[in-house]
Each structure stands twice: as C-alpha cells, then as structure tokens.
Design a protein around this ligand. Structure first.
Ligand code: CP
Length: 328
C-alpha cells in the first residue's frame, strides 16, 4: 500500500486503503485502550474556514482519544484570513506548529493549494461543493458495520446531488466495488454533476436517475439523505423553491425494506422528520460515532503511527471477517 501523504480527494485512496481504515476502525472499537497513547506527542491542527460540528469535533476527539493534542480555529474571522492572508501563507505558517492539518474551506480546491506548500500532511475536511473524503470514510465504516460488506448494495442518494460533496466522494468510493447500484434521487435543478455520472459509466456501474423518493425507497439497502444546502445557492428564491422537496417521514419508511438503513452526513434541516429517529433503521447518529473511529484510523495511517503498535497489529482483523460482532 503506497503512502499518500495528503488526503484531498477520495480517489487518493484505493480498496486496500479502505480495508486498512475499516480494519483499524474495527480494532479501535474492540480494544480502545490499546490506542490511548498512540498519538502521544503529536499535534493536530484544525483550520476551519467554514462552519462544522461533526468533522472538526470528531477529528479533535479522535486525536485526544489517542493521547495527542489539538489546536486551530473554527472560523476564518478569528484568523489572519480576516486581514487578507492567503490560504497558502496560513498553511506555510501552521505547518510549523503541528504534525498534521485538517482543512475545511468554502471554495473548492483550496486544501489542495495549501497542500502544495505545507510541510505536514493535509486532510481535506470538505472543500466547497467538491469533495468530503473523510465523511466517506465515516460512511464506509458505518456501512461495513451494518452489512459486513461494501459490495452488492443498492444505494439511494436523495437530495442535493449537484452541491453534495459528501455524495460525490461516496459514489467515487462505492463504485469501486462490484454489484453496487445507485439510485440518484434529485430534482432536475440539483441533479448529479456530469463528471460523476461519467465516472459511473466508465466503471460500468449501474445507476438510475429519478426525482421520486416514494417510488424508490422500497428498492434501497441504504437511503443516504442529504440537505439542500442554502449556502451553495446564488439565488435565494431558487433555494426557497427547492428546500423541503424531500421529507423522509414515518409514512414513507413503511415502504422501505426491514433491513435497510438511513444515513445522513448531517446537519439536517427538515429532510428527515424527527419521528424517524426512533426507527431502528435510522443510523445517522450512530454514523457520527463511526466518524471518530474512521478519523482515528486515518490519523494513525497518515502519521504512520502503526509502527508503535508492535508486531501482530491488525493480524487478526481483516474485512473479510463476518460482521456479526458489528451489530448495533
Ligand atoms: N457531516 C459534516 O460534514 O458535518 P459538519 O458540517 O457538522 O462537520
């Protein structure tokens, strides 16, 4: 498995990398004390130029749970960005203060620019409408935990496919596995970008395009709901026209399979009615917990901390192991 210093796009990882993340995440869940000091002496910086709850705090939780330390800022306004500093200069500076940097930015490809001048690994925590690779690692850990596999699944992606960086990254990852089929549920104005559809065609992956959630819900193993993202709209009238177009509620869940799951990267606005939260198929809060495991595994990988865990590390954990121990 070649070492890739920066994780900027989900395509920086292949199936061997995903296997590694799944295995380490599973090992951490089963034996957290083994990892309690693995990052001791290491510093993680979170540079968030756009709001976040889950991504920033789960990265910080991940580092602290491994004995490391954290620093950073949670909005551009409290950094020297407010005085006109470029992202490159921020990266050059902060890379002298930490061992690894996590960056979220409202503009696509800014973390990529910062990685070019950084002396330490950079992890993209979401860049505009482009990608959100660590959300996908979170999603893969969650899906594997539920199904024990990442293949031969029907995945419904419902909401803002056009702006949805989480679903762009998720499609790029899951389309590497055989037998998966995607149902892309979105209004015409928010349909999936052409480059994502072209990738599915290049890989020979089946997909269906529809704007109808009701007629699709009974077919899916995973219903991945997403928010219509107000912050990505230039025109507020267009946002008001589209918001609320899909609302998952208890009535619609009656048509879903008994063994399916509902995921959502969160935050939600009104696209999942809170009455669904008590349905055992609602896995979106468990998904947030899987995010800590996925990010602990990623930090171990990017900082190459596995050497500290000694011989036999992961020798008993492979992703082919039956998933029975992963039931919620
Ligand atoms: N899923 C996700 O990226 O959530 P936050 O915006 O709260 O980080």
């Amino acid at each position: 498995m070649p070492y890739q210093r920066d994780i900027l796009n989900i395509s920086d990882f292949d199936k061997a990398d995903f296997d590694y993340i799944l295995s380490v995440a599973r090992s951490i869940a089963e034996n957290p004390s083994r990892y309690g000091e693995v990052a001791k002496g290491k510093l993680l910086a979170t540079l968030f130029f756009e709001p976040s709850t889950r991504t920033r705090l789960s990265f910080e939780s991940a580092m602290l749970r491994m004995g490391g330390q954290v620093l950073g800022f949670s909005e551009a306004g409290v950094s020297s960005t407010a005085k006109g500093e470029s992202p490159e200069d921020t990266a050059r500076t902060v890379s002298g203060y930490c061992d690894i940097m996590v960056v979220r930015h409202p503009t696509a490809l800014v973390p990529h620019r910062m990685a070019k001048v950084s002396d330490v690994p950079i992890i993209n925590a979401g860049d505009g409408s482009n990608e959100h690779p660590t959300q996908t690692l979170t999603d893969l850990v969650t899906i594997y935990r539920r199904f024990g596999r990442l293949d031969h699944l029907t995945i419904g992606l419902c909401g803002g496919g056009k702006h949805g960086r989480t679903v762009h990254s998720l499609i790029k990852a899951l389309s590497q596995y055989p037998g998966n089929h995607f149902i892309l549920i979105a209004p015409e104005a928010l349909k999936m970008p052409e480059d994502v559809l072209e990738l599915l065609e290049e890989r020979g992956v089946g997909y269906t395009v529809t704007d109808d959630l009701e007629s699709s819900i009974g077919q899916v193993d995973i219903l991945y709901m997403t928010r219509i993202q107000r912050e990505r709209f230039q025109n507020p009238t267009e946002y008001r026209r589209l918001k609320g177009v899909y609302v998952l509620d208890a009535e619609k869940m009656k048509s879903a399979k008994e063994d399916m799951i509902v995921l959502h990267p969160l935050p939600r606005v009104d696209e999942i009615n809170s009455e669904v939260d008590s349905d055992p198929r609602a896995w979106y809060f468990l998904q947030t917990q899987c995010g800590v495991l996925a990010r602990m595994a990623l930090i171990i990988k990017q900082l190459q901390l596995n050497d500290q865990l000694g011989d036999g590390f992961l020798s008993v954990h492979t992703c082919d192991t039956p998933a029975a121990t992963h039931s919620a």
